[in-house]
Design a binder for this molecule. Structure first.
Ligand SMILES: Cc1cc2nc3c(=O)[nH]c(=O)nc-3n(C[C@H](O)[C@H](O)[C@H](O)COP(=O)(O)OP(=O)(O)OC[C@H]3O[C@@H](n4cnc5c(N)ncnc54)[C@H](O)[C@@H]3O)c2cc1C
Length: 412
């Protein structure tokens, strides 16, 4: 009779889940475990590029990668499905329309959800940079506004607002600065009829960045006629306007909501120890009080040596995955686990394709060089994901917007 192998199930194929899969692919010998990755879609999207998908400034095949192509089929099973519940007693993961999968060891890595702070109309009318699909819908909506303006000349269609002047908000604004003039040329609409507005509740843009970066960003936005409204709260979002706390209302049909993230809503259902919507984990990235369940990425509340929570960044998710993969292999082999130690390598925010700001290995950078460094960071991720050949192939492949949701649901 064939020996039952221990089952490892990974929920979520984002930065955390896919890198753990790649790690296990490398570390585990044939016959050591049966590893299955479950993800909502059959593609892995590069979340740090979703603002480009939203603005239509990057081809789909640079942002969404077919998961079965990333994994060795004989080592990792892939299941396309949405997890809606987990029974930790029975050790079962429940999938929409696909029954359940049993596990011996589980990794929870479903990422983030957008925080809307309960502001009326945001859920219904604002656009969220949540996933590849959401981002595509933002792009389609923007194109639709340009087409419709040609018919009804309603100027609210040409006003594009981004809520939040943090990292993601500024990156989104940067892409709009690139995309909107291009669309004006395509649709033969004068650029001066358009507005790009950044609305921020606090008095600061790019918190956590230094003064040089903030000044550079402010000047860049001013030069490109972006209206930055700081100390301004959005109190309601309607289909055709955004209502502000100063009594003004901006006629606008595109509000992109970029005001922070919280743990995935799935986590609330699971009866796990949560801190601000995220799962509390120990130093080995195991869920507090559980020996066989790990959690990483934006879903995890992990602390640094000074007791401060790690940020919700790709950099943290990737580094956690690089510790978690070997730790899962270690529990399978009955070996000791290694604690997670985060090493911050720097932060770079892009402002469109020709500018950026950041701090890399202690060096403050702005402008074109920062934009170049951002591309190096993205290339490095492709290197981690698939090695030098994969990275080069991915970077050189012809741009395509053919969107793949048709690959087999199971690659085994
Ligand atoms: C526009 C934007 C720009 C960013 N830029 C940067 C940056 O420059 N640098 C940086 O460090 N960080 C950046 N971040 C943050 C970074 O992207 C996240 O911290 C990172 O994606 C977290 O990785 P993760 O693996 O936890 O989750 P994710 O990458 O979000 O992956 C989660 C995966 O789980 C899947 N999933 C979710 N729920 C389920 C379910 N119930 N069942 C099955 N599958 C499920 C999702 O489809 C997804 O594939 C940015 C984020 C955004 C939105």
């Amino acid at each position: 009779m064939k020996k039952e192998l221990p089952k490892v199930v990974i929920v979520g194929g984002g930065y955390g889940g896919i890198i753990v899969s790649k790690q296990l692919e490398k570390i585990l010998k044939p016959g050591e475990a049966d590893v299955t990755l479950i993800n909502k879609h059959n593609y892995h999207y590069i979340t740090t590029q979703l603002h480009k998908t939203s603005a239509g400034t990057s081809p789909d095949n640079r942002v969404a990668l077919n998961i079965p192509d990333l994994l060795q089929k004989n080592k990792i099973n892939f299941v396309k499905g949405t997890v809606y519940d987990i029974d930790f007693e029975e050790k079962r993961v429940y999938l929409d329309h696909q029954g359940a999968l049993e596990y011996d060891y589980l990794l929870i890595a479903p990422g983030f959800d957008v925080n809307t702070f309960g502001i009326p109309g945001v859920d219904e009318y604002a656009f969220k940079i949540r996933s590849f699909r959401n981002s595509k819908s933002i792009h389609h909506h923007i194109i639709h506004q340009f087409k419709s303006f040609k018919e009804d000349h309603d100027l609210s269609r040409l006003t594009f607002a981004v809520a939040g002047a943090g990292f993601t908000g500024i990156e989104m604004i940067g892409e709009l600065v690139d995309a909107i003039p291009r669309l004006c040329r395509e649709f033969d609409i004068p650029v001066h009829k358009t507005r790009i507005i950044n609305i921020e509740a606090t008095d600061a843009i790019l918190p956590f960045f230094d003064k040089k970066a903030i000044d550079f960003t402010k000047n860049y936005l001013k030069k490109h006629d972006v209206e930055v409204m700081t100390s301004t709260k959005i109190v309601e979002c309607k289909r055709d306007s955004v209502v502000l706390d100063n009594g003004y209302s901006i006629p606008c049909r595109t509000l992109i909501w970029s005001c922070g993230v919280r743990g995935n809503r799935l986590l609330e259902k699971l009866n796990l120890p949560l801190v601000r919507g995220k799962v509390e984990v120990d130093e080995y990235l195991r869920v507090k009080g559980m020996e066989d369940v790990f959690c990483i990425g934006d879903a995890a509340h992990s602390l640094d040596r000074d007791g401060r929570p790690h940020g919700a960044t790709a950099q943290v998710a990737i580094q956690q995955a690089q510790t978690c993969g070997p730790n899962i292999a270690a529990v399978l082999r009955g070996q000791p686990l290694k604690p997670f130690v985060y090493k911050h390598k720097g932060t770079v925010a892009s402002i469109g394709s020709r500018a950026g700001v950041g701090n890399v290995f202690g060096l403050k950078i702005t402008g074109l060089f920062a934009s170049f460094m951002k591309q190096i960071v993205e290339a490095r991720y492709l290197f981690i994901l698939g090695g030098p050949f994969f990275m080069t192939k991915q970077m050189l492949k012809p741009a395509s917007n053919v969107f793949m949701e048709t690959a087999p649901t199971r690659n085994k």
